[in-house]
Design a protein around this ligand. Structure first.
Ligand SMILES: [Fe+2]
Length: 281
């Protein structure tokens, strides 16, 4: 049987991708950020995932603002890096696991989560930056990837609690897949940040750290946060943090915090990162 072996959540700041692509990771500004992911790469390598489900949001790249599905599951065999305005990132093509993805779609839709099935999609920094942070910069990504896109760009996004419950449904789907697969589930986005308007540059470390504490606990606080509170406390783009709850929902109620890192800022964003394993494991 397939099983969820761990969850890993992290910010997906586009400037992190640019720093990698332009060879700037050794600059003092960036060593502070990247040093926090050195241990991560060893932890993830030791976990040896066969598949990573990457919960991310598209930034009006694959889906224009003409239509934005609330939840969209990538069921293709591969997903090319998207051109976000300065050419596609020079990272490997993301190889999908179409059989497991189709199984998840079947199971989760029968569990009343109406996913959009996506058979063709290019993936932007929301997906590829976290892959770099988890796996470094290999010539090929070391595991298959199932991208799960969540709408956090066009009002109204799903609630954190809805995302948490989707995670539970995904876990049920994974655990009913007959092949022995080690599945890592990743939540991406956030943490507190606002990229435009009078409050541009807003960062709320207190809010972020309480959120991380909640994920490492039973997540009840994180699940209870309303959109307006994300907007007020964590900035207009802080709503991205609901995606971490999909990954948290796929775990047991009791988890062990394997690793945590938090630094401010990267670009104009707080960078947070946490790796969780089931306490029973
Ligand atoms: Fe984002």
């Amino acid at each position: 049987m397939a099983k969820i072996i761990a969850s890993a959540m992290c910010s997906h700041v586009p400037a992190i991708g640019a720093a990698i692509d332009l060879g700037k990771t050794g600059e003092p500004y960036w060593t502070r950020v990247f040093s926090g992911f050195e241990k991560t790469k060893q932890i993830i390598a030791d976990l040896k995932p066969d598949v990573a489900i990457v919960v991310f949001n598209d930034h009006a790249t694959a889906f224009s603002m003409d239509f934005v599905p609330t939840f969209a599951l990538g069921c293709a065999d591969e997903f090319a890096p998207a051109d976000e305005g300065w050419g596609p990132r020079p990272v490997p093509v993301v190889k999908g696991h179409s059989e497991l993805a189709a199984h998840i779609a079947q199971s989760v839709i029968q569990d009343e989560f109406d996913l959009t099935v996506v058979n063709k999609m290019e993936v932007d920094h929301g997906c590829t930056v976290p892959l770099n942070l988890m796996f470094g910069s290999p010539s090929e990504w070391p595991c298959k990837v199932i991208p799960l896109m969540v709408n956090v760009v066009l009002f109204p996004p799903p609630s954190g609690n809805r995302c948490f419950n989707l995670g539970k449904a995904i876990r049920k789907a994974v655990e009913s897949y007959p092949e022995d697969l080690r599945v890592l589930i990743m939540g991406t986005g956030g943490m507190s940040h606002q990229i435009s308007g009078p409050r541009a540059g807003l960062i709320n470390s207190e809010f972020d750290k309480k959120y991380l504490d909640s994920l490492a606990g039973d997540a009840s606080h994180a699940r209870s946060i309303k959109h307006v509170e994300f907007m007020r406390e964590a900035g207009a783009e802080g709503i991205e943090m609901v995606m971490w709850l999909v990954a948290r929902g796929a775990m047991d109620e009791k988890v062990t915090e394997k690793y945590r890192f938090y630094t401010v800022p990267a670009s104009n964003t707080a960078v947070g990162h946490i790796i969780l394993e089931n306490a029973a494991a």
